[in-house]
Design a protein around this ligand. Sequence first.
Ligand code: 5GP
Length: 182
Amino acid sequence: MTEQFALGKENGKIEVMFTSKQIESRIKEMAEVISKDYRHKNPLLIAVLKGAVIFLSDLIRYMKEPVEIDFIAVSSYGASTKSSGVVRILKDLDQSVQGKDIIIVEDIVDTGLTMKYLVENIGSRRPDSLKVVTLLDKPDRRKVEFKPDYCGFTIPDRFVVGYGLDFNEKYRQLSDLCILNN
Ligand code: 5GP
């Protein structure tokens, strides 16, 4: 059995939304814009575990200014694809954000609850500046008002996996971003 069979590509369970090439060229463009905005600065990029890890590692390799990285983990959907609406910090930052230029790096903004909570929480720790970059945005599903400062792709209301995003911890290693069909 090939890897693709094991991952469900054989029966149409998953279909490609964006190829790795499309993602790569969009991330290059985003990194260029962000690098310009942070010229002569040394931003601290905070990736939201676990989904944003691959996005963070690709993004920083195209950034020109020196960056630092840290990680935060919040409660996620778990086995369900529906948002519980409750956000909890499971793993906090290793360092203070006070006086720093912070960029939160997210895989996907859906209801907006996670980012609203994180912006309020990290914002209260007195960074110099705070922005959010997300690879994907599903604005149709918003429950609270939230607009990311930088966004890779705006997508319709579909559940996506791959490129770091999972369903039940599966599919993260797919290099394409795929729609998961029931
Ligand atoms: P929000 O708080 O905006 O509703 O949800 C943000 C989190 O929900 C994301 O970081 C991600 O973990 C999860 N999520 C939302 N939509 C999707 C999706 O289409 N696919 C996957 N794999 N996770 C999603």
